[in-house]
Design a protein around this ligand. Structure first.
Ligand code: SF4
Ligand code: SF4
Length: 189
């Protein structure tokens, strides 16, 4: 069969010469390759001592945002869960009671909201599907753990702290905003 590249080598069973039997040329050849890699530019970094700078739109751990008054933006509409190709999102909706307006922005809210980080493929579809600008992916990495159950993140890990908002402004590039605007126009047709 004709080869697709010119890299294939025919294996030879011929007897080794006495020079080859010394293995010195092969060892020196190997050392040459090792030395070349020692002094060439490294493609890896020594994490966690060194950290790589992520793209502004890197898709890492999610955040559920609050509005400017500190109320949760999520209205438990379920669109993020429907859009999720990995079926990683589950939630239970509840009705806001009188006096809870400062906690939840809409009349319906997510009493529980969970993302299974082991199922999630960080595609960002949930962020794009959300009509309330509630869920965003961030540049935070989901930390490693030993138990599978620990990867099911609830509201305690997802909703941003009132006093420590998670900055997602860098994700709002003109291209992203334009994309979201066009998507909303298409949905409203
Ligand atoms: S990033 Fe993608 S896979 Fe992960 S929860 Fe959102 S929609 Fe699902
Ligand atoms: S995060 Fe957004 S899309 Fe998901 S349930 Fe809440 S409001 Fe709806």
């Amino acid at each position: 069969m004709q080869s697709l590249t010119n890299r294939k080598k025919v294996v030879s069973n011929k007897e080794m010469t006495w020079v080859e039997k010394l293995y010195l040329p092969a060892i020196l050849g190997g050392m040459r390759i090792t030395l070349k890699h020692i002094f060439s530019k490294k493609t890896t970094i020594s994490y966690p001592e060194q950290k790589r700078e992520f793209s502004q739109v890197y898709r890492g751990m999610h955040v559920l945002k609050r509005d400017e008054k500190g109320a949760e933006r999520c209205t438990a509409c379920g669109l993020c869960a429907v859009a999720c190709p990995a079926e990683a999102i589950t939630m239970v909706a509840a009705e806001r009671k009188k006096g809870e307006e400062h906690l939840y922005r809409e009349e319906k809210y997510a009493a529980t909201y969970e993302i299974n980080m082991l199922r999630c493929i960080f595609c960002g579809d949930c962020e794009e599907a959300c009509p309330k600008e509630s869920i965003f992916l961030t540049d935070r990495i989901v930390p490693a753990d030993l138990k599978r159950g620990e990867f099911v993140y609830g509201k305690d890990k997802l909703v941003e702290p009132v006093d420590k908002p998670i900055d997602i402004s860098k994700r709002q590039t003109p291209e992203v905003l334009e994309f979201k605007k066009n998507k909303k126009l298409t949905h409203n047709r």
